[in-house]
Ligand binder design. Structure first.
Ligand SMILES: Cc1ncc(COP(=O)(O)O)c(C=O)c1O
Length: 431
């Protein structure tokens, strides 16, 4: 077991609402794919920055100087987290949606209308519509979608490879499907993109809390993720290779900086967002100290903070693999009786392939409406789950406009999973 009981307890204490909601109602929070709970130290850092350093940057007084410092520290924290040496390659924005629309517009200036974009059938619409918009405006000829292996919810890599040709200028893929939990083979896809000289863009929004994300090993040109999926407030980050950030011309106000990151940033920055993000990184740095005895020489080619962040995210990934195992084994055990409703899980269920998925599960229970399952999970087990459409194109591909989804992160526990499975079992049995 990567995390012992004491550590799990400490982690949960770092999240004021991990065990109970604001009313003191005990519940297991399984809706993390929609937004994660907030880390106390992120919220505190945000609050302090708001009060103490609310001045705008660029002044000579301490409040202003400190605001600039916090922003730089936050960018450095994001740079360490993604393993890029240069904080100026980290652009912040309102959301990943706004960052990708702005990026697609800037890229379109490089296109002639003859090119194509290759993406996949399991993207979030945030990583589809910026590119479809370019097609509508005659900036790209086609947006192509790589198919899924429908039975297992993975990418059909042969099809993806077939779609990429010399006219492909952008290959853009999610790091993990927010419906199926499947992780994309990003390194392989990146190689295919590079062979034809296409930009390789990664949507890391869903995957970000679940494991290490390294822009250098991926060799991606751009990568986006959002703070509210990583234990802090809204506001998102875009990594871009320096040369592209220098070269591309985004929508911009003429008096705004001419160099990155300011060139890509719309309006005045919120320093509190950066302070809060640094709080998240501090949490991972703390976590790495707690588990570092399990890591002897691993990641020793990275400098101190980067190594610590790798260790923390690796430990989280290993711990969460136990969640996936427990959930999938539990799903399998439920239909004990012949006449009990069947549970269908969309996505990888093979226990030997847990490293190919994040602990995000979309499922349905035969003959029981999604809302009924979700309501009963909540009322009878205190399980916060959701039934809906998560803006995932995969839901349209599977023709599931509504699906029950649970998504776990490192403050969840095996006990909560047991409670979930027990409640689901009793829902099935009462049918
Ligand atoms: C994979 C993925 N991409 C993009 C988004 C959208 O991110 P944002 O709300 O920051 O625009 C989400 C949100 O659920 C997501 O899961």
């Amino acid at each position: 077991m990567m995390f012992n009981e004491e550590l799990i307890d400490q982690i949960r204490k770092a999240f004021p609402r991990a065990a109970a909601d604001f009313n003191g109602k005990k519940r297991a929070f399984f809706d993390n794919g929609t937004a994660t709970l907030v880390l106390r130290q992120a919220a505190q850092a945000e609050n302090e920055a708001r009060i103490n350093w609310s001045a705008n940057v660029g002044g000579i007084f301490d409040e202003s100087r400190e605001a600039s410092e916090i922003i730089l520290a936050g960018r450095q924290a994001a740079a360490d987290f993604l393993n890029t040496p240069d904080p100026s390659t980290i652009v912040s924005g309102e959301s990943s949606t706004s960052l990708l629309f702005n990026l697609s517009y800037a890229m379109s200036k490089k296109l002639t209308g003859r090119e194509n974009v290759v993406t996949t059938d399991y993207e979030h619409y945030t990583n589809i519509d910026p590119w479809v918009e370019l097609n509508k405006r005659g900036k790209v000829k086609q947006v192509r979608f790589a198919k899924l292996n429908m039975d297992e919810g993975t990418l059909d890599m042969d099809h993806l490879q077939e779609l990429i040709d010399t006219n492909t200028k952008i290959v853009t893929v999610t790091a993990a499907s927010n419906m199926l939990g499947t992780k994309s083979p990003l390194e392989e896809i990146g190689k295919l993109a590079r062979e034809v000289g296409a930009f390789f863009v990664v949507d890391a929004v869903h995957h970000i809390p679940h494991g290490p994300t390294d822009v250098q090993s991926l060799d991606c040109d751009f990568l986006v993720f959002s703070g509210y999926k990583l234990f802090t407030s809204h506001g998102s980050f875009l990594y871009g290779k320096k040369e592209h950030l220098e070269d591309l011309q985004p929508f911009k106000v003429r008096t705004a900086p001419k160099t990155s990151p300011g060139k890509f940033e719309w309006g005045t920055r919120n320093q509190a967002t950066f302070a809060a993000f640094s709080g998240v990184i501090d949490h991972f740095l703390w976590l790495s100290k707690e588990v570092q005895s399990k890591y002897e020489n691993e990641f020793s080619n990275f400098d101190e903070n980067k190594r610590a962040l790798k260790i923390a995210m690796d430990a989280i990934e290993q711990y969460e693999t136990e969640f996936s195992k427990a959930i999938l084994t539990g799903f399998d055990d439920i239909p004990g009786l012949l006449d009990m409703p069947k549970i269908t899980v969309y996505g990888l269920t093979d226990l030997n392939r847990l490293d190919e998925r994040d602990p995000t599960f979309s499922f349905e229970v035969e003959n029981i409406p999604e809302e009924e399952v979700v309501n009963r999970l909540w009322k009878e087990g205190g399980i916060a789950a959701r039934a809906g459409h998560y803006y995932s194109y995969a839901q349209d591909i599977y023709n599931k406009q509504k699906i029950i989804r649970i998504s776990l992160v490192h403050y969840n526990t095996i006990e909560e999973i047991k409670l979930f499975l027990k409640t689901l079992d009793s829902i099935c049995k009462s049918r």
